[in-house]
Design a protein around this ligand. Structure first.
Ligand code: PEP
Ligand code: MG
Length: 323
């Protein structure tokens, strides 16, 4: 099977009718980057920036981060990398941060909330990203955006850093794309004006699912209790897809489900065009997409919904088994 996937590496993830899906990978270390070429991923859809903060005994310095981000961009050799700003709090606690003693850390002081309340660290990270790009295109996304004003504040901070660097005579990205991670149901209901101000939206399915079903992703007892292919969740995803299509917002999905065959194919059938996953999943997912007819699968999904099934999992699994 490995050999078969290697043969697919340089072929597009295109279904039988030529519908093209962009498969990109998740990363968090410089050491992940060789997988970009080996897996055939078209880029890095999610670069998690927490690890460099978690593995030190103090906040990393701007120049250390800039050096690392530069090496990541160098290693990507022109393929796009979406850097996510620091997502700490919740399950990722910094050893040098005062413990917060929160009853519900996943819904607590985390991610962009910390970034906006302690703007020094966010500013430093944004500066490091701009310096690392050194004039090359740059894509930045902010985690755990729950309302438009948080995205606007993050974006303004980034644009201010860019202008500051420019005023100092340093090169700034000629092309800067700024996105939001959609990880709370609230953002799915934000007004169209929000979608229009985002260059792209990336669904953080792990968090989105946890908040959609109110089921803690860290709690073994409940974390597998609800099905991603439950019709209610798919209806919500579809709503986001349609709104992104209507506002011309690039949409991707970057939770663990994007790398699972039945889930990935269902998302593609619903209209998602970019899936970000661990590198090892790229080959298997591409193999299935190339055999599938996504329009036909879409009809199968709709039929299961019309029949009143709670989940489309059985219908999609049966379709994939016959490919
Ligand atoms: C997610 O929530 O789906 C996501 C991609 O971010 P993380 O898993 O880092 O929370
Ligand atoms: Mg998340």
């Amino acid at each position: 099977a490995q050999k078969r996937y290697a043969d697919l590496r340089d072929l597009p993830a295109e279904d039988r009718n030529g519908t093209r899906i962009s498969l990109v990978m998740n990363a968090g270390l410089l050491a992940d980057l060789p997988s970009l070429q080996n897996s055939g991923a078209e880029g890095v859809g999610l670069f998690r920036t927490e690890l460099q903060f978690l593995t030190r005994s103090r906040v990393p310095r701007r120049d250390e981060l800039a050096q690392l981000y530069k090496r990541v961009m160098d290693a990507a050799q022109g393929k796009p990398v979406k850097f996510r700003t620091l997502d700490i709090g919740s399950d990722k606690v910094l050893p040098y941060m005062k413990p917060q003693d929160e009853p519900n850390p996943a819904m607590g002081w985390r991610a962009i909330r910390v970034g906006l309340d302690k703007p020094g660290v966010l500013r430093m990270q944004l500066q490091a990203l701009i310096r690392a790009a050194n004039g090359r295109p740059l894509e930045v996304m902010f985690p755990f955006i729950a309302c438009p004003s948080e995205f606007h504040a993050g974006r303004d901070a980034l644009l201010r850093q860019r202008d500051r660097e420019a005023a100092l005579g340093r090169p700034v990205p000629e092309c800067l794309k700024i996105g939001a991670m959609l990880e709370t149901p609230s953002l799915g209901f934000a007004p169209d004006s929000f979608y229009q101000t985002c260059d792209f939206i990336s669904i953080g399915g792990n968090d989105l699912k946890q908040f959609f079903f109110a089921a803690d992703r860290e709690n073994e007892r409940v974390r597998r209790r609800y099905d991603t292919l439950d019709v209610s969740f798919l209806t919500f995803l579809e709503r986001i897809i349609v709104r992104c299509q209507a506002t011309n917002t690039v949409l991707s999905f970057c939770g663990e489900d994007a790398g699972r065959p039945v889930e990935a194919l269902t998302f593609a059938a619903l209209g998602l065009r970019t899936l970000s996953m661990r590198p090892a999943s790229i080959g298997p997912i591409k193999h299935l997409i190339r055999r599938a007819d996504l329009a036909e699968l879409r009809q199968i999904v709709q039929r299961a919904r019309n029949e009143g099934q709670q989940s489309v999992r059985n219908a999609v699994t049966t379709y994939l088994a016959h490919l």
